[in-house]
Design a protein around this ligand. Sequence first.
Ligand code: SAH
Length: 342
Amino acid sequence: MVAEKRNLKALSQKELEFFIRDSGLPLYRAKQLIHWIYEKHAQSIQDITEFSIKLRAKLSEMAYIGGITIVNRQASEDGTEKFLLGLHDGESIESVLLPEGNRLTLCISSQVGCAMNCGFCLTGTLGFKRNLEAHEIVDQILTVSRIIEPAKLTNIVFMGMGEPLANFDEVVEALWRITAYMKISPKRITLSTAGIVPKILELPHKAPPVNLAISLNAATDAVRDAIMPINKTYPLRALLAACRRFPLKHRRRITFEYVLLQGVNDSIEDAQRLLSLLRTIPSKVNLIPLNSCEGSAFRRPDDETVLRFQEVLLKGGLTAFIRKSKGQAILAACGQLKAGYR
Ligand code: SAH
């Protein structure tokens, strides 16, 4: 019986080492493979020119380097690019490239669809299809890195499709590969969550010390319950307590994202409540005026309301930015990722 070929990218470091040993090769070959796949972006075993032709042939009989395919690439006038990526089972996901000054950030997905069902988010309307595997998470970075060469990604944000902490093990494994294999510093990686409290508490014990962002979006449980169902399981009190326990290095802060919805969470009182909620947490607030999506029950507040909201936070001593929504024309902005699903 011929054993099925192994996708080298789908193997953990341990599994790769077993594979190398079982193939009768010295262990240093595993290190070389990791270097070629994750730093030199080899797409096939034949690309690994450091290996003899004989070794490449031998490895190719047993293994291959899998990948995801770029199904579509769209550029927006503001420089944002959206990639529609095809997975081996025919599902697809989106990643968004965001150039800003000397930063080049890639926003990646952690699941196909999402189960959080937040009322204002288009991805939520897809429902949940499946978790991504660690290599599918990492492959978004490898695929985009390869085609933007010689430019290099400087930052990674887990703010695409899906709830990363609902796919905890694969996301943690991906974080190790991104930091250890691709040598991207955890300081330049941000994981954003709708607020799965036990996993926020577990993350620092399991993963490299990445930055944490919380999609807060409301300053009272009543409002948060109405727009983010996860709040019924993990209400604000528990969420903010978990944030207080999250270990932060010197001068680091937790980012709080706050989507502004007209007449729902955009009043002066909301801003004041937000201020008092975050007073005891080293925090930074990103205000995101709602990006429209078809059939949405919510509306974006006018600019004046947005500025007034920010002013309350600033006067209270909080750092607060208004995020210009990028990539709206190509549905690449926050909450607009749908990967072509109808
Ligand atoms: N599930 C994770 C990762 C997704 S991040 C999380 O919730 O954090 C996506 C961000 O986009 C979240 O902060 C969310 O609040 C925001 N968002 C979702 N829909 C939006 C919309 N229509 N307009 C603006 N921001 C939106």
